[in-house]
Design a protein around this ligand. Structure first.
Ligand code: BES
Ligand code: MN
Ligand code: MN
Length: 517
């Protein structure tokens, strides 16, 4: 079947050469024509299988470093993980490895001198006759504690032989996929196969906290380190379900807000002060509950009007996608869905905004029954944004809404609502040269044509790459929809890890051989 598939793919991939191909074709040693690919994959894929224990071992070392970007006290660990990656890159023969410093983290922070984690830039190969692909990933992770309900230590990679899964924080988001780019280079070296493109890595340590500082770096390096980049590939999302591979052409944006209510100077005894002073927590609860209703409807005026209307053609997209309510229930581990049809679920995940309330800093949350009045509380919530919402306009609506609700409470406390970070939404053309190459690669590795999906999650820097480098961006996921990113027992199936690495390799070869950029 493999042979038939390859020859079918080869017969459909010869297109009229463009100027840039003609330029590149002058160097016959490096341009890979498609008929050369089968013998390459025949050598490369078994090599990847053979290196599986090594690949898992590298991932294990990386997962053991608790690189939680949102926890100021763990910042040295984020830096340590960057250094670990740099040493791995060095041993693989990457050149021009730089840990780019981004300066101090902007407020709100506890430590005003807190340094942002470095961005790991490096190159593998520097051949002007080859295309250059920039791969982006993030080495920071979400917080995790065993008390949250993990079955095993979150910062230890557990290889579960029964389920054939790798369990640990970052396994799927995004340490597993990020290290995949290193592994595909290693596999080429071991198999003695020429690497098809020049690879540039851009690995950041602040993605889970809004990619602070990265935008400026990309703008600056667009004419520097990233000068020759032809395409950007990001492996930091997931299949929609658990069986069918996908390629992703859209993300929602994310505007993250904090509303702070301050009252007394310190936490107080509720027996002494209860009923006598205005409680910050009570004010905050009223504000938070005014943002969204239990059906998921955003209650802030003016937001709906910014959302691009659904087109007739758009309905067709959802029909073709392999997904169901049952899969949503399985992934959430519950029957708590707000919508019943596939189309409604996907539209509300992909193309409508949503507002989530995340937590309250400063509130009592431990076990037992502490009788305290918290003095100052920060409510955190975010809005997933979609075309054609304007971030600044949205922030004005949100801040005005919070202030006006607070004013109506007539409270003597103070209220301050602010934006913590915003990352743009992104929608691309899923039929360009990169997506075509990735689709062929998926067919070779998985034997099926991938579904084309958008995501409800956000990768703030995606649009910046597209705009600053003037290239297309492809989202090439490794993990599955039930991997539990940000949740307890985050996992990556070993088969997704290994096939994901093969997919990265096949995509690079097909893209290198494609006549367009
Ligand atoms: N890998 C995710 C992005 C993602 C999430 C893709 C869900 C597809 C589905 C990324 O690490 C992430 O979690 N991003 C944050 C960004 C936020 C902090 C601005 C997110 O989406 O919450
Ligand atoms: Mn991620
Ligand atoms: Mn994440």
């Amino acid at each position: 079947m493999f042979v038939n598939l390859i020859s079918k793919l080869i017969s459909t991939s010869s297109k009229k050469p463009t100027n840039s191909t003609i330029k590149r074709s002058l160097s016959t040693t490096t341009i890979m024509s498609s008929d050369k690919l089968k013998p390459i994959f025949d050598k490369l894929f078994p090599q990847i299988d053979e290196l599986k224990p090594d690949f898992i071992n590298v991932l294990k070392q990386a997962v053991e470093i608790p690189a939680v970007s949102s926890d100021e006290s763990l910042r040295p660990m984020v830096v340590k993980k960057a250094e670990f990656l740099a040493s791995q890159l060095k041993s693989l023969g990457f050149i021009d490895i730089q840990l780019k410093q981004l300066g101090t983290q902007p407020p709100p922070v506890n430590n005003p001198n807190l340094q942002l984690p470095p961005v790991v830039l490096s190159r593998y190969g520097n051949d002007p006759s080859k295309k250059t692909v920039l791969v982006y990933g993030h080495y920071d992770v979400q917080p995790a504690q065993i008390e949250d309900g993990w079955d095993t230590e979150p910062f230890e990679l557990v290889v579960d032989e029964t389920t054939q899964q790798l369990k640990g924080r970052g396994s799927t988001d995004d340490t597993g996929p990020l290290t995949g780019w290193l592994h595909i280079v290693r596999a080429h070296i071991e198999a003695g196969i020429e690497f098809p493109v020049n690879l540039i890595t851009c690995f950041e340590g602040m993605e889970e906290s809004g990619s602070l500082g990265l935008e400026d770096l990309i703008a600056k390096e667009a004419s520097g380190y990233f000068k020759d980049v032809d395409a950007v590939c990001i492996s930091d999302n997931y299949w929609l379900g658990t069986k069918k591979p996908v390629l992703t052409y859209g993300l929602r944006g994310c505007n993250y807000y904090q509303v702070t209510i301050s009252g007394p100077k310190a936490d107080l005894h509720s027996g002494v002060f209860g009923g006598v002073i205005a409680e910050p927590m009570v004010d905050l609860m009223q504000i938070l509950s005014s943002l969204v209703d239990s059906q998921g409807k955003i209650l802030i005026n003016g937001i709906d009007e910014m959302v691009a209307p659904v087109t007739e053609k758009e309905h067709e997209i959802y029909k073709k996608i392999d997904f169901s309510l049952e899969e949503l229930n399985e992934a959430s581990g519950s029957n708590t869905a707000l919508y019943k049809t596939k189309e409604d679920i996907l539209m509300h995940r992909w193309r409508y905004p949503s507002l989530s309330v995340h937590g309250v800093e400063g509130a009592f949350y431990g076990q037992g029954a502490k009788t305290v009045i918290p003095a100052k509380v920060n409510g955190k919530f975010s809005i997933r944004t979609v075309p054609d919402m304007d971030s600044e306009k949205l922030t004005k609506l949100v801040v005005d809404h919070c202030n006006s609700v607070f004013k109506k409470l007539g409270s003597p406390n103070t209220c301050h609502a602010e934006l913590i970070h915003d990352g743009a939404y992104w929608v691309s053309d899923p039929f360009n040269a990169q997506f075509t190459a990735a689709s062929k690669a998926t067919q070779v590795v998985y034997g099926v044509e991938p579904d084309l999906t958008r995501e409800g999650g956000s990768i703030p820097i995606t649009l910046t790459f597209e705009q600053e480098l003037k290239t297309s961006v492809l989202l090439l996921p490794m993990g599955r929809g039930d991997d539990g990113a940000h949740s307890i027992n985050e996992k990556l199936d070993i088969s997704n890890f290994i096939n994901g690495i093969k997919l990265m390799g096949a995509y690079l070869h097909f893209y290198a051989a494609s006549p367009e950029n």
